[in-house]
Design a protein around this ligand. Structure first.
Ligand code: DGY
Length: 328
């Protein structure tokens, strides 16, 4: 028989920032919810304090959770990340404490691939630069040779990281008759390569042959600054680089230098190493599109991400429909 849990028995969870109240409110059926009042980047001390009394946490990439944060969280059993990337979590530290960590794959794949494609196109066709030109009152009339960009159609697309989102970008590229090359930790099975008409190449070949290179790989110590000055030097001077993964994958100083010197035609970044700070050397350039980490940001996808993270937290804490009841 179902039993009404007393308030004292109810697990407690921390929600690190306001999400969608109507979705997060499902947590109230099972847990006491401690809701952070506004969007902020909690520092280490604030996260440690927030985790001290809780059994679970619903967090975003703004919250870094590692050894130090969990050291003072004796009851913590689950961390549900709202996002597919989880480099903000020290998975090893969490695992060694037996804390379950979850993320939100799949639900954001298509939205993020849409945005990656849009950014690549914006960089290649100089869309934001052209708009600044117009808004800045610099447009003096139709100009045959003004603001000429590079084509996407029938060009060679390079995808670094051929997971779900990389495959989503490859799928879109086929409608543009692009040749798709990819590099990945492991080569995809032949039938998957066939489905996306994608050819596996080594990293250097990808750099050398791509007209448009898109980064869609996880961030880790192994991928830190994998696109550095040496990698950029291997790219075509006419190429574009788009990053929708994590800022730390690209050496931003080297990118600014390559874009400023004409070594690389254009870039588009949705992610930055020191978010929300953006390197002033990038801000000073015209041949770069800069967006504030919004690739998964359609309303329906952000709602789906929170829904999945809430489901994950409920499942991880073992609070299925029979496990607890709202207090009466
Ligand atoms: C992710 O999910 O990893 C994104 O960076 C935020 O949606």
């Amino acid at each position: 028989a179902l039993r009404a849990a007393s308030v004292a028995e109810r697990p407690r969870v921390w929600v690190s920032q306001p999400l969608f109240d109507d979705i997060v409110s499902r947590l109230h059926a099972y847990f006491d919810v401690v809701q952070a009042p506004d969007v902020r980047e909690h520092d280490e001390a604030a996260i440690a304090a927030a985790l001290r009394e809780v059994d679970g946490a619903l967090v975003t990439l703004n919250e870094r959770i590692g050894e130090r944060e969990i050291a003072s969280a004796p009851k913590l059993r689950a961390v549900a990340n709202v996002g597919v990337g989880y480099d903000n979590l020290d998975v090893g530290a969490l695992q060694s404490r037996g804390i379950v960590a979850t993320n939100t794959p799949d639900v954001l794949t298509e939205t993020t691939a849409d945005f990656g494609f849009a950014l690549m196109m914006a960089a290649a066709r100089r869309i934001t630069e052209s708009e600044r030109h117009l808004r800045g009152g610099k447009w003096t009339g139709w100009n045959f040779k003004g603001l000429l960009g590079a084509d996407l159609h029938r060009s060679t697309l390079g995808i670094l990281g051929m997971g779900r989102i990389g495959q989503g970008i490859a799928k879109r590229a086929s409608g543009f008759d692009m040749q798709v090359l990819y590099h990945n930790r492991s080569r995809l099975p032949a039938d998957v390569e066939g489905a996306y008409k994608a050819s596996y190449v080594d990293f250097d070949t990808l750099l050398a042959r791509a007209d448009h290179l898109v980064l869609v790989l996880p961030y880790s110590p192994q991928t830190h600054h994998i696109v550095d000055a040496a990698a950029l030097a291997k790219m075509k001077p006419t190429a574009t680089l788009t990053n929708i993964a994590r800022g730390g994958i690209v050496d931003e100083a080297a990118l600014a230098e390559a874009l400023g010197s004409g070594r690389l035609a254009a870039a588009a970044l949705d992610v930055f190493e020191g978010e929300p700070a953006v390197d002033p050397r990038l801000l000073a350039l015209d041949n770069i599109v800069l967006t504030p980490h919004i690739a998964s940001g359609s309303l329906s996808t952000r709602r789906a991400m929170v829904t999945l993270a809430v489901d994950n937290l409920i499942a991880a804490l073992g609070a299925g429909p029979d496990a607890g009841r709202p207090p009466t």
